[in-house]
Write a protein that binds this ligand. Structure first.
Ligand code: AFP
Length: 336
């Protein structure tokens, strides 16, 4: 490794950014787990690790073998870190106490988008670190607004394994060198364009959307001749990590709204370990993240596995969408 690449390591970034030593160590442990997960995913078809189990997670969704293995990797690694007081995971029904003297509460989705495993598509690990609250239960430490996060990040396992992270002062991207098992900084102070002509949504749910939200999306589809006077492109991978990564890389709006299906009145995504970390990352890129009324980061959760609608990405487009939801859109024009 030459001097130039040495200065670009994640370890050097932590030093340069004066990140608290204990916090830096917790993130390093998460990254060690992610490197192990990255290796596990690369070998999973050979080792017969794709496919589902008979079990369901806290939200009633079928767990994949890899969901459970990735959860175990993070659990085992974080248990060794004395600064971790509690952790919570999509794959665990309740929050878990690790070290009474610890100072951080770490929430994670060990393998977001795991349905993509069977098609060799991109997946990721999402994490959120909060200060542990003293004199409160394990679960209560996670019931803090997202503004309290001291660090948020995700690792995307795609053609390259990349870390996207914020400590609340800008968002940074690191790429794993799989030969050295070191994350090197490949982008700094990432900015998301405020305007976009790309949206990301599962259109198959259209019949379940509210009239206001449907108007917004169908006006996007109307293109240049429609009320939005612009032609939009659409992308949806089915993994939030991959869809948000595209928004961070080139702008866009990511949408998972509330809908009329049973259990979907608050959408599908989880606030504490999916939406909150993504919202902190996006806001540190100049982008925005709202439920259908408020900034996601301002919401005080009441339950560990609470769901939240997500309207996130390029700021002008997020506000255009909110305008439809709250005011019926462009000059009151409705399409439905
Ligand atoms: P899985 O982890 O079960 O694949 O779910 C992924 C996810 O929570 C999120 O990453 C996606 O954005 C969203 O679900 C996709 O949901 P739809 O299957 O309804 O499109």
């Amino acid at each position: 490794m030459n001097n130039f690449t040495l200065t670009k390591t994640f370890a050097n970034f932590l030093l340069r950014s004066s990140v608290d030593l204990n916090l830096g160590n917790v993130v390093n442990d998460i990254l060690l787990s992610c490197i192990e997960i990255s290796e596990l995913l690369a070998k999973s078809p050979i080792e017969g690790l794709t496919g589902s189990t008979e079990k369901a997670n806290s939200s009633g969704e079928t767990q994949k073998q890899l969901d459970l293995l990735c959860n175990q990797i993070l659990r085992d690694q974080l248990r060794q870190n004395q600064a971790v007081k509690y952790f919570a995971s999509e794959e665990e029904s309740s929050a878990i106490t690790v070290h009474d003297q610890g100072v951080f509460a770490v929430a994670f989705d060990p393998l977001d988008g795991s349905t993509n495993i069977d098609i060799n598509g991109s997946v990721g690990t999402i994490f959120s670190i909060l200060p542990a609250l003293s004199g409160k239960s394990a679960e209560e430490s996670f019931l803090q607004a997202g503004t309290n996060q001291v660090c948020a990040g995700y690792v995307i396992y795609g053609p390259a394994t990349q870390l996207v992270i914020t400590f609340g002062r800008g968002t940074y991207i690191f790429t794993l060198d799989p030969e050295e098992n070191i994350f090197f900084q490949t982008d700094e102070n990432v900015r998301v364009p405020v305007d976009t002509n790309e949206f990301s949504i599962n259109m198959a749910n259209a019949r379940n959307w509210s009239r206001e939200f449907s108007n917004y999306v169908f006006h996007l589809l109307d293109g240049k001749g429609g009320p939005r006077q612009k032609t939009y492109n659409m992308r949806w991978t089915g993994a939030m990590v991959a869809d948000i990564h595209r928004v961070i890389s080139r702008g866009g709006i990511f949408l998972y709204p509330s809908d009329q299906r049973a259990n979907m009145s608050s959408g599908k995504l989880r606030l504490i370990y999916e939406a909150n970390p993504m919202a902190l990352i996006l806001e540190n890129c100049g982008a925005s993240a709202f439920n259908e009324a408020h900034s996601i980061l301002s919401i005080t959760p009441t339950q560990l596995h609470q769901r939240v609608p997500v309207i996130a990405g390029s700021t002008k487009e997020v506000f255009a969408c909110l305008n439809y939801i709250q005011n019926e859109g462009v000059a009151g024009q409705t399409r439905l």
